[in-house]
Write a new protein. Structure first.
Length: 276
């Protein structure tokens, strides 16, 4: 019974992974304000043409922003803000995306990320994305001054000492897993990254690792199964290095729905063992 339950659980987890793999990829763009996205309309066209979905989060401060119609707020230092009970916390947001795209980051948020600090929407999202294994790509040609800083201070670049500090923070971010690319090429970077990940995923799911030369093929054979629950995982293991045309099972053996799909794809028949 324990083996049967374990096999069923494995089957359900496998089915969930297949459903996850079939979902279209989706990324989140984070912009400084509600007008900053205008310069990136071509990015969204390119993403759509490549079957990649996207959302946009518009910051209206360092600790708050808008994702669709929901107000997103950073928890700050030990505080809980419940402005919109339907909105996710920044640390939860990366769970719904394959990766995070940040066209521009300022000195303050770069410093927080480099020091492992949270407290702002961007720093918390980057932290959560890296912890959960999602990619984060940041525009590499930003000045380190936010759009609001530039408007207020009437300056376009940081002084040299701050530029060096900003470069140091970026190198630390890269060490933690943050990638950098020119802002104009972020969409192309995402397409390459998501496409490469899809190839790896399909290879890990479908590739049978048959180690044969081009001039020969593995011999076909019949496999015996003595268990009570035939799972897709077991079928995949048996067909990893050889070709199987039939599986013999005992009367009453349960064949999982996902295993049936694998058997059909591999053109394998299931036969009941002759007990006489």
């Amino acid at each position: 019974m324990k083996q049967l339950v374990e096999s069923i659980v494995r089957e359900l987890v496998g089915a969930m992974r297949v459903q996850e793999a079939e979902r279209p990829p989706k990324v989140l763009y984070i912009f400084c304000d509600s007008t900053a996205h205008e310069a990136y309309r071509d990015h969204f066209i390119l993403l759509q043409k490549n079957g990649i979905h996207y959302d946009r989060l518009f910051l209206d401060g360092v600790t708050s922003g808008w994702l669709g119609m929901h107000k997103v707020e950073s928890s700050g230092l030990g505080r809980t803000i419940a402005v919109d009970e339907s909105a996710p916390a920044p640390i939860e947001i990366p769970m719904d995306y394959n990766g995070i795209v940040i066209p521009e980051i300022d000195l303050g948020d770069a410093g927080r990320v480099a020091l492992g600090m949270k407290g702002t929407v961007r720093s918390e999202i980057i932290f959560a994305a890296l912890v959960t294994g999602k990619f984060v790509v940041v525009g590499d040609d930003g000045s380190g001054l936010s759009r609001s800083d530039r408007r207020t201070l009437k300056e376009l670049t940081l002084p040299m000492p701050y530029q060096k500090l900003f470069s140091y923070y970026k190198s630390e971010m890269h060490m933690y897993g943050v990638e950098f690319a020119p802002a104009k090429e972020l969409a192309e970077w995402v397409v390459r990254r998501v496409g490469h990940a899809a190839v790896e995923m399909n290879s890990s799911i479908c590739h049978e690792n048959v180690e044969v030369t081009a001039a020969e093929s593995p011999p076909a054979c019949t496999e015996f199964f003595d268990g009570k629950f035939l799972s897709a995982d077991w079928v995949s293991q048996q067909t990893r290095n050889r070709r199987i045309t039939a599986i013999l099972v005992n009367r009453g053996t349960i064949v999982s729905p996902l295993a049936r799909d694998v058997l059909r794809d591999k053109d394998i028949v299931v036969q009941i063992r002759d007990e006489g």
